[in-house]
Design a protein around this ligand. Structure first.
Ligand code: FE
Length: 214
């Protein structure tokens, strides 16, 4: 039987991030954009009888085989699921523990991290993602990747947190002001408890901490 994936539920109600992100944006982003990437991935996999069972493996295989259409859809399916987990409806004061220390080493301070993240997002040309990643030794850095690109195809980078900077992520709420959206993401929405768990997993073994539900 062909491998198929289901659209994962949002980890919170679609209005839980209001007023930072409207219910309309969440319903469109999750229910239309994310759903379409999953549907398309399944359509492509229907023609591939020996596809791997997990979305992570599908993404990596598509990348290594140069199957652009499958890669774009499968990676976008994965990236969005990771993005929902990178958002928190509860106000969080900021990073703590080992992750906080790593951010201070890399960016001098948590504010330094926020400034650099916002600048990377604002300066990213066209569609893509801003990722906070860690290597196995716990050194963190920021990478902005284009379109569907994802750090999970690079074994030396473990994703900790991501912000979607495609226009569909913010246009209904912030129009063309991506900077305002990034500021709200960094100050109100970033799910530090999720990023901390990812960081501990990255340092303690190298396998994926977050896995797309299969
Ligand atoms: Fe998106």
């Amino acid at each position: 039987m062909a491998t198929t994936f289901k659209l994962p539920d949002l980890p919170f109600p679609s209005n839980a991030l209001e007023p930072s992100i409207s219910r309309t944006t969440m319903e469109t982003h999750h229910g239309k954009h994310h759903a379409a990437y999953i549907k398309k991935t399944n359509e492509i996999l229907a023609e591939k009888p020996n596809a791997p069972a997990t979305l992570e493996e599908v993404v990596r295989l598509a990348k290594s085989e140069g199957d652009k259409k499958l890669f774009n859809n499968a990676a976008q399916a994965w990236n969005h699921a990771f993005f929902w987990n990178s958002l928190s409806p509860e106000a969080q004061s900021g990073p703590t523990g080992g992750l906080k220390a790593a951010l201070e080493r890399a960016f001098k301070s948590v504010d330094g991290f926020r400034d650099e993240f916002a600048a990377k997002g604002a300066n990213h040309f066209a569609s893509g993602w801003v990722w906070l990643v860690s290597d196995d030794s716990g050194v963190v850095k920021l990478v902005d990747l284009h379109d569907a690109d994802t750090p999970i195809t690079d074994a030396s980078q473990k994703p900790l947190l991501v912000c979607d900077v495609w226009e569909h992520a913010y246009y209904l709420d912030y129009k063309n002001d991506r900077g305002a959206f990034l500021k709200v993401f960094l100050e109100k929405l970033a799910n530090w408890r999720f990023a901390e768990a990812q960081y501990e997993a990255a340092r303690s073994g190298g396998s994926d901490a977050y896995r797309f539900p299969s």
